[in-house]
Design a protein around this ligand. Structure first.
Ligand SMILES: O=c1[nH]c(=O)c2[nH]c(=O)[nH]c2[nH]1
Length: 296
């Protein structure tokens, strides 16, 4: 029996990068959080401290900023592919790379009815994301969004569940359904119009959430995923993590007041957490690592 070094990767996490395109007086900005990780033969640094194969994480950070100047950042998927391929193509010990990018949304501040040339406001908490994995000459793209907060004030029921000695939840045929959607979808190729695809998938998910008469958040999850796969032939599967943002009808009967689903108390925790993958049955399952889950 021996002890060996198992799978590993290393890089710089959360490089905050802001770019301003100043080609015209109407500036545009990009606000990103970029993380890079390199994979390859790094046994020696772990086993003996020999760093001859270890491109410093500080250099990885500098590369993020330098590449943002060498060519416009563009769509986050393209920038992540460019960065990942750079490390794999220029450093012999590096066989693979993982680049994660979150993009924060900014809008032009309306002034006199039009968006200002160089003043912006942060739209909301929602982020557009990508996780690009370079494996030798192959590239895998998993894009998504985080914290897309949505709510339906009716059209949601929850009943018919098993009851045991600890069950107190009342069955309901009308409740608020609210969640903050985190979704990741895996593309089957890199030949994609990333911006157009993102907008289409986001709208499809919103529309499916709105129009599904929901008997469970689980059902809404499936319907949102199914709609995306039906409309996007280049998407193999979509994973979602949906916190059930509970809004409980407030007990006003105590004060002699009716409450016809009009007054709720919003609870921030604990919350139900509904997670699932909607997939095509004819594509191979992807390694968890492509989704930037903690395993690598
Ligand atoms: O949509 C729901 N799914 C559940 O699994 C669940 N569990 C619960 O208490 N409320 C809800 N709502």
């Amino acid at each position: 029996m021996g002890i060996v070094m198992g799978p590993n990767q290393y890089g710089k996490a959360e490089c905050r990068l802001v770019t301003v395109n100043r080609d015209t007086e109407r500036h545009s900005i990009k606000d990103l959080n970029v993380s890079t990780s390199l994979r390859g033969d790094f046994d020696e640094t772990h086993l003996t401290g020999d760093n001859s194969s270890v491109l410093p994480t500080d250099t990885q950070k500098n590369t993020v900023y330098a590449k943002a100047k060498e060519a416009p950042v563009g769509e986050i998927e393209d920038f992540a592919l460019r960065l990942g391929r750079h490390f794999v193509d220029t450093q012999e010990p590096v066989r693979g790379a993982r680049v994660l990018i979150d993009e924060y949304a900014w809008e032009r501040i309306p002034v006199g009815g039009a968006g200002h040339d160089h003043a912006f406001s942060r739209a909301n908490d929602e982020k557009r994301t990508t996780a690009v994995t370079i494996d030798g000459s192959r590239a895998h793209v998993v894009s998504g969004l985080k914290d897309m907060v949505v709510l339906k004030s009716t059209g949601s029921e929850f009943w018919g569940y098993p009851k045991d000695q600890y069950t107190t939840l009342a069955e309901t045929e009308d409740r608020i359904l609210a969640t903050a959607v985190t979704a990741r979808w895996r593309y089957l190729s890199t030949d994609v119009d990333w911006a157009k695809s993102f907008e289409a998938i986001r709208s499809t998910m919103l529309e499916a959430f709105a129009t599904t008469h929901s008997y469970a958040l689980q059902q809404s999850l499936y319907e949102m995923g199914r709609a995306v796969l039906e409309q996007q032939p280049r998407v193999a599967e979509i994973r979602m993590s949906l916190p059930n943002k509970h809004n409980f009808r407030y007990d006003l009967e105590r004060f002699g007041l009716d409450n016809n689903n009009e007054v709720f108390i919003a609870a921030d925790r604990p919350y139900g957490l509904i997670e699932g993958t909607v997939t095509r049955d004819d594509v191979e399952a992807a390694p968890a690592a492509w989704y930037s889950l903690p395993e690598f």
